[in-house]
Structure formats: structure tokens, C-alpha cells
Design a protein around this ligand. Sequence first.
Ligand SMILES: [Zn+2]
Length: 370
Amino acid sequence: MQGILQVMTPFFYDSAIERYQFSESHPLKPQRLALLRALMEAYGLPAHLDWRTPPQIDEAELRRIHTPEYIEVVRQLSVGAPVMEAHRWGFSAYGDNPPFLGMWEAALAYTSATVAAAYAVRDGAPLAINITGGLHHALPDRASGFCIFNDPAIAIHILRERFERVAYLDIDLHHGDGVQWIFYRDPHVLTVSIHESGQWLFPGTGFVNELGEGAAEGTSVNIPLAPYTDDAIWWEAFEAVVPRAFERFQPQALVLQMGCDPHYLDPLGHLCLTAQGWLRGVQWAKSLGLPMVALGGGGYNLTTVPRMWTLAIATLIGVELPNETPETFTWHDRIPTLSDHTLPSIDPADLEFARRYAAQQIGFWQRYWG
Ligand SMILES: [Zn+2]
């Protein structure tokens, strides 16, 4: 029940993030955030949120996860200073992460919003959101997959100051590898990732046998899925594995990564989810009632990202929106509704393969847990 005394959800947004663009042609387009804001405003959603610009952060927040050498390299490249062997740190002109001027400020923009959200939850807020965060591939000393700083890992580190056991749930198209490796030997952090299998997609990891090490064995849970996985198969795999992993671990707080690139229209992968199919993962996470830091993530189709994140944010804060987008929304013609009414058409043989592949992963977890 929503009483009038209910505190509004802190929503951290630093508009400097709209300068986070590796290059003109890079698939990570800041326009996706401008469109998201426009759609949220057309729906009047900001009035339901405590919309704030995050305060600047101290470099110590980055050092929770990243090495001082790497932090310095990002700072140098950001001002155009020459860095020997920048590729060793994951940066190269022709790779996924070409260095760009101002990338220090741009990376701090999403990281500081996540840090602020994590402090809000650590200090008692039931939920805080940074939809510009969720850059799950970065490693302690390496940029990877468009990610410079690993803000979900920093959030987990902050939540651990108050909560003994913290869970990380990642519903992005891609395996949440950076977060997994960072906490691979930490029994206090459960990482769960459901994604397109590394057999076919970057970063090439996220298989069921990546279980965690030592005392942390069993706290790394992966559900790799095949190309053409649809809503029904994705949800069947999710439901068979994720609730059980959470039940066994008994987390006290949650970091949710809501990458929306599993959508069938997304150009980077081959999963075939609809907005409403993917949203079930968000609904499930909310139903846990755990203190939660909710982050964004991948998502590269301009007609899907704004509506999927609008749906996700509305779901998390318990606001119901009419499915038809407001006429005042500038892209109303291109995004007429929040949910999908056209479903992906999938070859029955591909669907059957995806079903069998998912069943194998579910089977692994059933045997592992007994
Ligand atoms: Zn992704």
C-alpha cells in the first residue's frame, strides 16, 4: 500500500553521462538516454522520483575495485596524454574501447550516480536507481566491452559495509563477467547472470561450470542460453534456477543490472525477448522486497531502450502506466506502445535447439543442487 508518507525513490542522473560516447559510430549512443528521459517526462514519471544529480566522488570509491595504475591511465587518456601500451589496459583505437577526450568525466558521471545510489540503500533507502549504470564488464585494471569503471561491483562493495550477504542479478544480454570475476572468491557475494551463451557472444564466458572458488564455490551462478531463446524459454530457465540460488544464499540486499539488450530487435545479440518478457525478471526482483540498487546496462536499439527502462523504472516504484505512449512524446510514432505487439518470428528448428540448450543448463543446476 502506498501511503502519503512514503519516501520517493532516489533516482541519480548526471547529465554529463550524455557525453559518454567512444566515437560517432559506436553502438553505445547517448541518444538512448535522451530518449529515455523524454519518454519518462511525457509520462510524468519524474514526479514519482526523487531526481538528483549525484555529488562528486572521491577517487577512493574507484579504488574499492580498481587499481591506482588503471585509474591513472584513464585520467591520462582522458586529457589526450600519451600512454604506453594502452591496449594492455583495454583501450585501443580500433577495439571496443577507443579512448576519448573527457572519458574520465563521462565515466565518473555514471559511477558517481551508482555510488550515490549504493550509499542511499546502505543508509536505509529500500530502493535507489541509476539507469545510466550497470557497466558490468570492466575489470580492476582493464576496460572491457564499453565499460571503464565497474560500477555494479563498487555498489556491492558499498552495500557490504552494512549487509553480510549481497546478491547481484544480471539480466543483460551479455554475461556479467567483470562482476563475477571480482567476487569470484568472495563467499559473501552471490552473482547470478542469465545471458546469451559465450559460445556465440562476447565476452565468451558465463558457463555453468564457472562456480566460484574456495569458500565461494557455488556463489557464481550462470545461465547461458542459445540464440533465438524466446520469452517462454528465458523465463522457464530463470524460474528454474534464480529463485533457488537466492533461497540457498539468503541475500540481505540486491544489486540488479537491467541491461535491455536481450530484446529481439537489439542489434548486438541473438536472444529474442520482448519488452514484457524481459520485464518479468524485474518484477521477480522487486517481489523479493530486498533493499535494492537498480542499475541499467546494455541496450542499443533506440526504439526499445527508452520503453524497456521506462517499464522497468515504473515497475520498481509501483507506478502503472498506460501502454500507449503519450502523444507529447517526440518519438510517439516510432515508439507507440511500451510493450511489444509484434512478436519475433523464429524458425521452429532454432526454437527447438534453444529449448534443448536451456534444458541442459537447468539440468546442470538441478544435479548440482540435488
Ligand atoms: Zn549487454
